[in-house]
Design a protein around this ligand. Sequence first.
Ligand code: MOS
Length: 696
Amino acid sequence: MSTGAVGRAYPRLEGPAKVTGTARYAVEYPVDGVTYGWAVPSAVVRGRITRIDTTEALASPGVLAVVHHGNASRMAPGPQPELRLLQAPTVHYRGQYVAVVVATSLEAAREGARLVRIDYDTSPHSTVLTDDHPGLYKPDQVNPSYPTDTAEGDFDAGYAAAPVRVDVTYRTPAYHNNPMEPHATTAQWHDGQLLVHDSTQGATPVHATLAELFELPPESVRVVAEHVGGGFGSKGYAKASVVLAALAARHVDRPVRLALTRQQLFGPVGYRTPTIQRVRLAADTDGRLTAICHDAVSQTSTIREFAEQTAVYTRSMYAAPHRRTTHRLVRLDVPTPFWMRAPGECPGAYALESAVDELAIAVGIDPVELRIRNDTAVDPDQGRPFTSRNVVACLREGAERFGWAGRDPSPRSRRDGRWLIGTGVAGSSYPARNRPSSATATARPDGSFLVQINATDIGTGARTAIWQVAADALGVPPERVEIRIGDSQLPAAALAGGSMGTASWSWAVIRAAQALREKLRDGGPPTVEVTAEADTTEEVGGQPALPRYAYGAQFVEVRVDADTGEVRLNRMLGVFAAGRVVNPTTARSQLIGGMTMGLSMALHEEGLLDERYGDWVNHDLATYHITGCADVESIEAYWLDERDDELNPAGVKGLGEIGIVGAAAAVANAVHHATGVRIRELPIRLDKLIGVSDLA
Ligand code: MOS
């Protein structure tokens, strides 16, 4: 019996605690005798520390210790070599943490860090991705475990034979994750037991990593992440802050708080790799795609392979008989790139959805219509039907709501005084994944229920969504349900990433609720507790599951100042098909957030690396620009009422990432429509459009 909680726009459960300041984040817990850590980044790119002089630092008031490779406790090797900090004198990239100063106040730690003298031997370095970089190679697979290259039909022959062709190369720069709350940790050791309050997207993976690195039995580690101020992928696994805090706390035998500064977020915690993407599309004169090729180049570090799945979006989005995708990587002397909202799909869709727009112009067919003509019920990559694919419905509803009909396709056809006006569209898709999770449901004597799961709410409203799902699954009003998340002592669950949190967690919660109701049917003791595990749909009966994706259509209207080249958006409008929506309020904010981040990518964001110093030049929010309210007058997000029973018990596809996919292409396509200028290298800054008034 459902009580109708799912689908209702409940406000966030923790809203009052957040707005009154009582919700505690990782370094806000009161801890007796707490000390403060300040991370010291390397000042060279590649080399070796030859000497660390801590005399002055240790003499500075309040400084308790300088922890470095010469005195830090040893950690076990593991699959994340970038976390084995302070273990060796080797420096692999500029900004690598080479020491931590611990002091009785934050200010004293910071001053101590300034006084640590480090000498290095340096070696030549290479830090900037180029098209023909020596050492380009083919990784064994791309994230998370896709084949590196794919090929069907005969792309070269199909492309050569086609009457309409597009061959274009797009470039995206590095992008830096900037959650409101930086990576931050409070670490405490008590009798060989490690307790951390960490800002993470998943206390379960952080727990596993700490147990492994510090060679502790699982029960000796506890990770608490009750409230987290964003992550966007950069907090998907354990990061430097938690490792340094734990090392430092062990060293001084006191609790340590360590928060990275805003500037320290640029690089060492991950960033979206720059990409170079060549896309070739061929079509018949009726706009039906006959050949598709997407070749992607990106970077990784020298210490860990991170192979972003840039061209994977192209494998399943549009059909054609002849198709090819490739990924190549180069190892640079840079921090390891990592996840950022829709890793792969986001930059990949910018390239493909821009190229589709170029094809629409080449073949003379409306870009909405061209996409509809190339829809497919069967996944071109896997040759099997999608569980549901409503991209055409999104395009149609979006076109209707946006007022697309009657658009004059000619560039520069609309003008309002000094503003050139244009509209653009792009498709969007993101995989609907899930991961194993478990949950415990308890019936209490007073008629209330407790549901526990180590899920993480990184600001998305996940806590509230799980609570709604739990209430319906238990068949009681939500007011009778208490929910506990964000602690590794609760049943292990998937991290908040890959748009798979709600799907995975709700699965486990529904299973636990069902099992509890079974038990309660026969009466029983006053307190009944059951733990249950979700299945996953990675495999069903030994067969890989049917392909499953969320879809969307993004529409944008821009105005471009004909004299200055300044771009403003009159409106952005997205329609999405993402399965069942648990909470319209939090869903809308995820979609609008994704679209906003896509707008930011389109117009502003660009991590600039200076090859001479191997360092990010614009490593703060004064110089690394992000979008603001002045850029856009209206953002609207809608969704279809999509039912897909193949997915999981809650019918959820996830919507943390779909909103960013395609957004930048829609902006770039609209800018082309307004100005006749095709920007193939983001961001679309005014210096690339200045003088556009002279083009006519
Ligand atoms: Mo997100 S990049 O899936 O954490």
